[in-house]
Design a protein around this ligand. Sequence first.
Ligand code: ADP
Ligand code: MG
Length: 312
Amino acid sequence: ATPAATMVGTSIGAQHGVLFEGGDVLERVRDVDTVVFDKTGTLTRGEMTLTDVRPVAPATDGAVPEEADAVAADEGDATERLLAAAATAEHGSEHPIAEAVVAGARERGVEPGALDVLQNVSGKGIRARTEHGTVVVGKPDLLREEDVDPGPATDAMRELESEGKTAMLVACDGELLGVLAVADEVRESAKRAVAALRERDIAVHMITGDNERTARAVAERVGVDPENVRAGVLPEDKADAVDAIQADGSRAMMVGDGVNDAPALASAFVGVAIGSGTDVAIEAADVTLMRSDPYDVVKAINVSEGTLAKIK
Ligand code: ADP
Ligand code: MG
C-alpha cells in the first residue's frame, strides 16, 4: 500500500472510532482469519449486578421441625451473614465482581464491615481477614484449597451458571455460607458482530477466566460455537491460549479489555483493545475500538480490506 492510501485508511478508521497503531497494522488486519474474543468486558459490558443470594441450607441434624416464623428468621440471618461476610471481604477489591457484591449488599441493607488483610487469588477469587473471620469468596477450587467442601452448593452453582451468571462461593472460618451470583449484560452488537465475522469465514473463538457453564451460556447467546470456547483460563495462561489457537498457522485477532488480556493481545497476530478497557490493554494493542462496540471489529476489517483493495 502507498503511504497515502494507508493514511486515508487510518483516517477513515479514526472517523469510525477505530484507531490503528500505524500503517502496517492496517495491512495486517486484512490477513486475519480468526477472531478471539475475551468474554467479560468485551462481549459483555463488564458491569455486573448481584442477582442471587443463596445461603446454604443450615444442617438440621434431625432436629424437630421449627415453626415457620423461626425458619424464616433463620433464613434471614443466614442471608445477612452471607452478604456481610462477602461484602466485607470484596470491599477491598476493585474487581467488577467485587463492586457488584458490595453494591448489591448495600441495596439489601448490609454494609461492609472492617477489613484487615485482603489477598487477591488471580483468576480464582479473594481471601480476606475481616471482623467476621477469614473469608474466602470465589471458585470451588479456591474453597477446596481452604479445606471447605463446596459440595452442598453444587446444584445452586450449576443452576445459576447455566443462566449465564457468574456464581461464587462464600466461606467464613472454614464454613460454607452460600452462593452469590452476578450477571453481566451481553453488549448489544455482540451477536451481530459474531454473525458478520462467520459470514466471511472468519473463525470466532471466546476465551474467559469464567467457568465452562457460564462461558457456554454466553457463547450460545452471541453465536460462538461451543468447541471454540476456552473457559477457566487463568490470567497468566491467556496468551498461551491464543498461541494454541494460532498453532495451526491461523492469524488471530485477539479482542480484550482487561489487564489480564494484555499478554494475549501482544501474542496475537493483531491485538485489539476495547476503548473502555484498562490502559494496560490499550497499550498492548495494535488497534483500539473507541466506542467499545464489538461490531467495530468488523469495521476494522472492512477499512483494512477497502483501503488495500483500492491500491491494487
Ligand atoms: P475474566 O477473564 O472473565 O475477565 P478473571 O480472570 O478476572 O475473569 O476472574 C476469573 C474468575 O475468578 C471469575 O469469573 C470469578 O469466578 C473468580 N474471581 C475473580 N476475582 C474475584 C473476586 N474478587 N471475587 C469473587 N470471585 C472472583
Ligand atoms: Mg475482560
